[in-house]
Unconditional design. Structure first.
Length: 229
C-alpha cells in the first residue's frame, strides 16, 4: 500500500448499536481510512441463549474473518476490528487464522487503562460480556507484569433502553450504575455502544473515562502507519 492509498479496515459487528460509535470514531480520528461493515446481529442473541461460546460459534467467527479479509480484489483489507465484546476466545481464533492484524474490541482501551493505573472500573450493558472482559483485562495485566483491581459494573437496563430508541434512558442507567464507584485510576466503557455516555460520565468522575471505539481507532492508525515507515 502506498502512502497515498487509504487503508481498508473491516469492521465486524454483533450489535447494531456498535455501528454508529465506531463510524463516528473513524470520522473524527482517521477519516482517510476506508471502512467495510459486516453485521451479524444474531451472534449476541445466540450467545445469550447458549450461555457460553462453543465450537460452532467460533467457526462462525473464523468464517466472518476470512470473508472480511478478502477485500475487493483490488483493495486489500489491511486489518480486521471486531466491535463485539463478549467473544474474546472466538476472536483469538480469528487472530490465529489470518495473516493480517485482527484486533479485539477492548484490547486498545485496556492497554490505555493499564498505562494509567491498576484500579480500573469496567462498565458494560451486556451481562455476558462482564466475565469474559474481566478475564481478558486480568490476562493483559499479567502479561505486562501488572496487578489489576477490577470493579465490575453492569448498567442494568441500559442496553434495552438503547435498543428501544431511548438514548437518554440508556445514559441515565449508565450514570446511575457509576454513581457509587469508589476511587479509580480509570473507567473503561467496555462496549462500543457505551461510548455515547462518556461526555456525561466525565464531569461526575475524578478519573479518565476510556471508550473502546476511540482507543481502537487510535491504535489501528498508529500500528498501520508505523508499518509504512
Amino acid at each position: 500500500m502506498s502512502e497515498t492509498t487509504p487503508p481498508r479496515i473491516a469492521l465486524i459487528h454483533a450489535l447494531e448499536e456498535s455501528v454508529l460509535p465506531i463510524r463516528d470514531a473513524f470520522v473524527r480520528l482517521w477519516p482517510q481510512a476506508l471502512r467495510a461493515d459486516l453485521l451479524d446481529a444474531s451472534l449476541s442473541a445466540d450467545l445469550a441463549a447458549a450461555g457460553a461460546l462453543d465450537d460452532a460459534m467460533t467457526q462462525r467467527f473464523i468464517t466472518l474473518g476470512r470473508y472480511a479479509a478478502r477485500g475487493t480484489g483490488t483493495d486489500d483489507t489491511r486489518a480486521v476490528l471486531f466491535t463485539c465484546s463478549a467473544f474474546g476466545p472466538a476472536i483469538d481464533a480469528v487472530k490465529a487464522d489470518l495473516s493480517i492484524p485482527v484486533m479485539r474490541p477492548n484490547e486498545a482501551a485496556f492497554d490505555a487503562a493499564l498505562d494509567i493505573g491498576s484500579r480500573i472500573a469496567l462498565v458494560v450493558t451486556f451481562g455476558p460480556s462482564l466475565p469474559a472482559l474481566s478475564c481478558e483485562l486480568e490476562q493483559m495485566a499479567a502479561r505486562r507484569g501488572q496487578t489489576v483491581e477490577i470493579t465490575p459494573v453492569l448498567a442494568d437496563g441500559a442496553l434495552a433502553a438503547l435498543k428501544a430508541g431511548d438514548g437518554a434512558g440508556h445514559d441515565a442507567a449508565v450514570r446511575a450504575a457509576c454513581k457509587a464507584l469508589g476511587p479509580q485510576d480509570a473507567v473503561v466503557l467496555g462496549q462500543f455502544s457505551l461510548a455515547r455516555a462518556e461526555k456525561q460520565l466525565t464531569p461526575m468522575l475524578d478519573c479518565p473515562v476510556i471508550t473502546t471505539p476511540d482507543s481502537a481507532v487510535r491504535a489501528l492508525r498508529q500500528m498501520l502507519e508505523a508499518g509504512q515507515s
